[in-house]
Design a binder for this molecule. Structure first.
Ligand SMILES: NC(=O)c1ccc[n+]([C@@H]2O[C@H](COP(=O)([O-])OP(=O)(O)OC[C@H]3O[C@@H](n4cnc5c(N)ncnc54)[C@H](OP(=O)(O)O)[C@@H]3O)[C@@H](O)[C@H]2O)c1
Length: 214
């Protein structure tokens, strides 16, 4: 059995990942979110639902008993504080494996006209705070995988490729369902992609902007 703690479990990717993680009978989930009554119906013999704020170390530590892997699908202008709280709680709980959803552009790795447009869209706080949060994770001694999705679509498809930190980002878009599939794959292979930061895009989507933006 693998016990997975899903942080920000009401998030759009997290809900898709929950479905894919539960398709593997080996997984048991703890869904961690604010206002947990929103997911009360999801509880069953393999799913526990707990209330908590991911910026509060004590909430996280309380949820980490018996956990094997943490999947953080968080957001917000305080994401650096959330990263600090997650690292501190994992250290205190003796946990190592963390899958952390971030964003494209945190290393200024998006080339060309799309990279310029991405800066125009995401500068002014978002990229800087997500970069700071990723640095907190990378400076820890956790077995992390940072996931940097391209612009997210809700397409009902799994189609993705990855790039490593240090390589130029590829493509412009990727489906949330693809990121969920990658998360499930990483949970199933706990020794893979350790201390890696993966850019994730749909193949053959290079362009100046995501296709749906005119
Ligand atoms: N949109 C894009 O094109 C794009 C591209 C690349 C990366 N990303 C990033 O990818 C991440 C995941 O995407 P998504 O679509 O799944 O986002 P989402 O639906 O906004 O999910 C993020 C979740 O984080 C939760 N959260 C935030 N702060 C929390 C806290 N302190 N404690 C507990 N939960 C907290 C939110 O909970 P509440 O429901 O309580 O607010 C929300 O459910 C986001 O960080 C997003 O910015 C987005």
């Amino acid at each position: 059995m693998t016990n997975v703690l899903v942080l920000g479990a009401n998030g759009k990717i997290a809900k898709l990942a929950t479905i894919q993680l539960l398709a593997d009978q080996n997984n048991r989930l703890t869904l961690f979110l604010r206002n947990s009554q929103r997911l009360a119906d999801a509880a069953n013999d393999r799913v526990k639902v707990v209330d908590g704020d991911a910026a509060k170390e004590a909430d996280l530590t309380a949820a980490m008993a018996g956990i094997d892997a943490v999947y953080a699908n968080l957001a917000g202008s305080n994401i650096e504080d959330e990263a600090k709280a997650v690292v501190a709680a994992m250290d205190a709980s003796g946990l190592k494996r963390l899958i952390w959803i971030s964003t494209l552009g945190i290393y200024d790795e998006v080339p060309g006209a799309f990279g310029k447009w991405n800066h125009q869209m995401l500068d002014g706080g978002y990229l800087q705070t997500y970069a700071a949060a990723a640095k907190v994770i990378e400076d820890s001694d956790l077995d992390y995988t940072i996931v940097r999705p391209a612009w997210l679509s809700n397409k009902n498809e799994v189609a993705y490729e990855t790039t490593q930190k240090g390589e130029p980002f590829k493509g412009t878009e990727v489906s949330r369902k693809s990121i969920a599939a990658l998360v499930a794959k990483l949970v199933a292979a706990p020794t893979k992609a350790i201390r890696e930061s993966l850019g994730v895009n749909k193949p053959n989507t290079d362009g100046d902007k995501p296709a749906w933006i005119k």
